[in-house]
Every structure is written in C-alpha cells, then in structure tokens.
Design a protein around this ligand. Structure first.
Ligand code: HEM
Length: 141
C-alpha cells in the first residue's frame, strides 16, 4: 500500500541513488508524493531475505525507520498502539484455541510451497489491502 502525501511547501527531497551516491529532487508546493511502503518493506538494503517469513527479524535490533505500516511523523496512525495491543490479543486467542491450516483442495495438489504462498497471499488494492481468497480451516485444539 502506498501512502499518498501532498507537499505543503517548496522543498527538496534527497534520496540514495543506484550509483551509491545521493540525488536531490526539487519538490514544489502542492506536488503529490506516494510513499511506497511495500518497496521499503521488501528492500534488501534494510531487510535480510525480505520475502522470507521471519517474524524473529523483529527481535533485537531492527531498522525502525524502514518499517512504516502505520506511516511516520505527525500524521502517522493514531490507532497503532490500540491495534498492536488488541490485534495481538486477538491473534493470541485464535492461535491458542485453533490449529489453523490452509485447506487442501484437489485442484491445487502438488503445488510447491512458493506457489501456495503466492496463491493465498494474492491481494486486491482498495482503500485497504483486501485478501482475494484465503481458504483456511480452523480446527479446535
Ligand atoms: C493494522 C492496523 C492499522 C494499520 C496498518 C493502520 C495504518 C494507518 C496508516 C498507514 C495511516 C495513514 C497515516 C498517514 O497518512 O501518514 C493511518 C492513519 C490513521 N489511523 Fe490507522 N492503521 C491501523 C489501525 C487503526 C486503528 C485500529 C485505528 C483506530 C482505533 C486507526 C486510526 C487511525 C487514524 C485516526 C488515522 C489518521 C491520523 C491522522 O491523519 O492524523 N488506525 N493508519
């Protein structure tokens, strides 16, 4: 998901370039800027094996400025702390009470782990990110 912004004043933006140096762009007042969140979250400059599911990457020291699902700055998400508490409580309750598995379907028999991962994580981009089809089976523990 991109986060759209509009520049409130004439300014400049300095970014790293592929040659290893810096490039500075003029940003006039009123110009639209999209912050490419997935581009940052999958950037190997900041994340080791960015496509690998590795929740332990968030233990210890990790690049806080390269993780912005709730945006950054004065207009960042007001609900972040609420979600981080409530969302984790809900996930913990679900996972402790149910074993959650991807439904086995004959038409997908024989697919590789990567194919399955790509199939169930396909999403549509609306105002929020929308899962396309996530066939999960919840089994009571
Ligand atoms: C996974 C959960 C959530 C994510 C990933 C998320 C993400 C975001 C993002 C990216 C923004 C835009 C910030 C910007 O434009 O720079 C935002 C704004 C906002 N979010 Fe969330 N949010 C989440 C949950 C919540 C919840 C649970 C609440 C309220 C209880 C909430 C309230 C708000 C509000 C009020 C703003 C506007 C802040 C402002 O414009 O000053 N969010 N959120």
């Amino acid at each position: 998901m991109n986060i759209p912004k509009v520049s409130a004043q004439d300014t400049t933006l300095t970014v790293n370039n592929v040659a290893g140096g810096k490039t500075t762009f003029p940003v006039p007042s009123g110009m639209g800027i999209d912050i490419n969140v997935p581009g940052l979250h999958y950037n190997p400059r900041y994340w080791k094996e960015p496509h690998k599911f590795m929740p332990e990457r968030f233990l210890g020291d990790w690049p806080k400025d390269a993780f912005i699902p709730f945006s950054q700055g004065a207009r960042a998400c007001l609900g972040r702390r609420f979600f981080e508490t409530e969302g984790i409580a809900i996930m913990t309750m679900l996972v402790s009470r149910y074993k959650i598995e991807v439904k086995e379907e004959p038409e997908f028999a024989g697919e590789t782990f990567e194919e399955r991962y790509a199939r169930i994580t396909t999403f549509d981009q609306g105002l929020t990110t929308i899962p396309v089809r996530v066939p999960l089976v919840f089994k009571r523990r």
